[in-house]
Design a binder for this molecule. Structure first.
Ligand code: NAD
Length: 468
């Protein structure tokens, strides 16, 4: 805050390294008073940052992108150790964070308004103004990349920021804030407060906040939306999912197996857009399942810094949650064809797990597990697959594997999801709009669409009666 790093004045927290179950360096969380101080800092920086020339804002954001890239090794090691994610995945996340700042740096001087002719005597014009102080409440699965995907467009728009990382993963956000000060952001333009749900609630409902960008579970998203109604703040909600991957009879099964395995076991399944439901044509189900299971079985565990295929889950609580889902599915008599019990080594490791031919109303088929657990459903044809895919409260992403272009496009248009991948999965990149429908959220991040939440276009109407 105010360009200063201040110690938290809240409770002390000791986080656990999820791969070794050993304590990480303790730190003190922020207090509720410090949330108000951070919002006040952001409010005082707002007129300065909003009035900074667009080209100068761009320079600062480019510098920050460069600094993140230069510090990528250190940031990736911090992220890998804290989250338990394989080092190469952590490096990729740091690269994405740098890319977000670079992408949005490029739009600072291209935020044009429009003119609207109202007849011969009037012209309206719009001036895109920054929305104000923005809050960013973040999850633990992609700490640095979800931070950057909201903070970069907010700063590009001239808005200022108070970010709250997850209480489980605060470290890279604090590092990025430190780099932002060195990159030349004005004091107070980018603040980070640490802490859990209470601090998040205080931030989301703070009277000084104009917009809340929240990434996390649907249950918490609802609370954030309610809290944000007090300051009448806008909300972007990036929430959970139970995304379907449809594989039809004519699909390339090797390509589909690659996509399915990556889609559900990447980051140990702790991915909002994970392809958790495989909906497969009856005639090729067993052949595809064999390929998926063989690939998944071959995935190795290990210390995240040694870059294994799969790291641990984030915490003992998340491990218990995944174990609970799996135990209840087994008790229900569902067929577990791979995995199903925690790995016998220190750390919160859980193996790739597959339940085959699961009824669509089973708990494990409907609820977000947020772990490396795949369920399969059998379908008769594209229409049947669509019915099963859309029978979910969620609508984040979906995948379709088929050689039939007409069928692929028909499905893409009918699927209830914010993003649909054809003959690939999670291949969108960060310049493509991303976000959910139904219980997966509202609003879009990434790409140019990610800017609109941070801009409040002002309309000015010019009356220019003809000279007499
Ligand atoms: P979570 O909802 O438990 O917590 C998210 C954040 O909200 C944390 O920073 C937490 O401290 C804060 N929080 C908790 N209670 C709050 C309250 N009452 N008011 C304000 N803030 C509060 O989610 P999580 O466990 O950190 O993350 C996992 C979830 O996030 C999954 O459901 C996953 O699908 C979702 N997610 C979605 C996306 C996306 O882009 N759609 C990306 C990543 C994760």
């Amino acid at each position: 805050m105010d360009g200063l790093l201040r110690d938290g004045e809240g409770a002390e927290r000791v986080l656990i390294d999820p791969a070794h179950e050993t304590p990480l360096t303790p730190f003190r969380e922020a207090s509720a008073d410090q949330v108000s101080q951070a919002v006040a800092s952001a409010a005082s920086a707002l007129p300065i940052w909003a009035a900074t020339l667009p080209t100068e804002r761009a320079e600062v954001l480019h510098r920050l992108a460069d600094m993140i890239a230069r510090n990528a090794d250190d940031l990736a090691r911090i992220e890998a150790t804290n989250v338990g994610k394989p080092l190469s995945q952590a490096r990729r996340d740091v690269g994405r964070a740098s890319d977000y700042f670079r992408f949005y740096a490029g739009v600072c001087d291209k935020l044009n308004g429009e003119t609207i002719p109202l007849g011969p005597d009037q012209t309206a014009l719009t001036v895109p103004e920054p929305v104000g102080v923005t809050a960013h409440i973040l999850p633990w699965n992609y700490p640095i990349s979800t931070l950057a995907r909201g903070v970069a467009p907010a700063l590009a728009a001239g808005a200022t920021v108070v970010a709250k990382p997850s209480e489980l993963t605060p470290f890279t956000a604090l590092e990025v804030a430190r780099l932002a000060t060195q990159a030349g952001l004005p004091d107070g333009a980018f603040n980070v407060v640490t802490g859990g749900g209470e601090i998040g609630a205080a931030l989301a409902g703070h009277e000084g906040i104009a917009h809340v960008t929240f990434t996390g579970s649907t249950a918490t998203g609802r609370k954030v939306m309610q809290a944000a109604s007090s300051p009448v703040a806008g909300v972007t909600l990036e929430l959970g999912g139970k995304s379907p991957v449809i594989v039809l009879e004519d699909a390339d099964l090797d390509a589909a197996a690659d996509g399915v395995v990556r889609g559900i076991f990447f980051n140990a399944g702790q991915v909002c857009a994970a392809g958790a439901r495989l909906i497969c044509a009856r005639s090729v189900h067993d052949a595809l399942l064999a390929k998926v299971a063989a690939k998944a079985h071959a995935m190795g565990f290990g210390d995240p810094l040694d870059d294994p295929h799969i790291g641990p889950l984030i915490s003992s609580g998340q491990l218990a949650r995944v174990e609970g889902f799996v135990a209840r599915a087994k008790a229900q008599g569902l067929t577990c064809v791979l995995g199903g019990a925690r790995v016998d080594r220190p750390g919160f490791f859980f193996p790739p797990t597959i339940f085959a031919d699961v009824p669509t109303d089973a708990e494990i088929a409907r609820d977000e597990v947020f772990g490396p657990v795949l369920v399969t459903h059998l379908c008769d044809d594209a229409e049947d697959a669509l019915r099963i895919a859309n029978d979910s409260p969620y609508g984040l992403v979906a995948g379709v594997y088929t050689r039939g272009h007409d069928t692929a496009l028909w499905l893409a248009r009918k699927l209830e999801a914010g993003q649909v991948f054809i003959n690939g999965f999670l291949t969108g990149g960060d310049t493509v709009p991303f976000g959910g429908v139904k219980h997966s959220g509202i609003g879009r991040e990434k790409g140019l669409a990610g800017l609109s939440a941070y801009l409040a276009p002002k309309s000015i109407i010019l009356n220019h009666a003809r000279p007499t």
